[in-house]
Design a protein. Structure first.
Length: 262
């Protein structure tokens, strides 16, 4: 038992370290209505700037005391050279579009959402829109290739539909116990009476690990709550991986985390 506890402690420490490393160069900038830097008390928006590498930055924009409205990556801290992941959110903090940029142009698949529900898929080829498909068209295509997807055992394939979903060790009770022991309600959110449900989307790999670069806010509430939700996910012990055709596989997961006063 002591050995198991020690291993769990090490795993938690490593997860926390990975998350801390990803955000070690974080800078928070307060903006006024004109997008200029200002003091927190005068701000209408918040910019979270994270240096990932020397030429790669993660930039998140929040409404002051409200949800995120844009998140993207760029080669420069000013966000002029877009590259990699891009997401936008509606006024309620629910994701309304996601995709990727390459060399400043939309590239590959882009997903469109309405009130948090998937409604449309677009495909771009270096900035040129190639096709648009609605959910009915996509469902027909998915149904026609589902049998093939079930047989897909490629090492890097990430499943969206599986026979057995990934789960937290100990199930629902284990998750609630983990939250009660590890959640820290941010002081800022407490003072401003901010409550709500943050949803984090992430990948659980075949070993039950959560890669730091494979998690993002799917439903945002407010900056401090979003950051705490991410910390909770990255600090969690290994999950039970999803199972397809009797084997552990990489899979997507969406985990709601509720912040509510008793």
């Amino acid at each position: 038992m002591k050995g198991t506890a020690a291993i769990l402690t090490i795993l938690l420490a490593l997860a926390q370290l990975s998350h801390a490393q990803a955000y070690k160069n974080e800078k928070v900038i307060y903006l006024d209505a004109n997008g200029e830097k200002t003091k927190e008390k005068n701000a209408v928006a918040l910019e979270q700037l994270i240096k990932i590498e020397d030429t790669l930055y993660q930039i998140n924009f929040y409404r002051m005391d409200g949800p995120m409205f844009k998140s993207f990556r760029a080669n420069d801290p000013d966000g002029n050279a877009l590259t990699g992941e891009y997401r936008s959110y509606d006024a309620a903090g629910q994701i309304d579009s996601s995709g990727a940029y390459h060399a400043g142009k939309r590239n590959g698949n882009w997903s469109v959402f309405s009130n948090g529900r998937y409604t449309q898929e677009l495909f771009y080829d270096h900035g040129k829109l190639v096709w648009i498909k609605d959910t009915l068209q996509l469902k027909r295509e998915v149904d026609s290739i589902r049998a093939g997807l079930k047989k897909d055992t490629a090492a890097d394939h990430v499943f969206t539909k599986v026979e057995i979903e990934s789960s937290f060790p100990g199930g629902v009770r284990g998750w609630l116990n983990y939250l009660s022991s590890n959640m820290h309600y941010p002081n800022k959110a407490v003072k401003k009476n901010i409550q709500g449900q943050v949803v984090i989307a992430f990948v659980v790999d075949k070993e039950g690990h959560i890669p730091v670069n494979r998690a993002y806010v799917h439903h945002s509430i407010e900056y401090s709550l979003d950051q705490e939700a991410l910390r909770i996910i990255f600090s969690s012990p290994d999950w039970k991986p999803a199972v397809q055709n009797g084997k552990a596989v990489n899979s997507y997961k969406r985990q709601p985390i509720v912040f509510k006063f008793q």
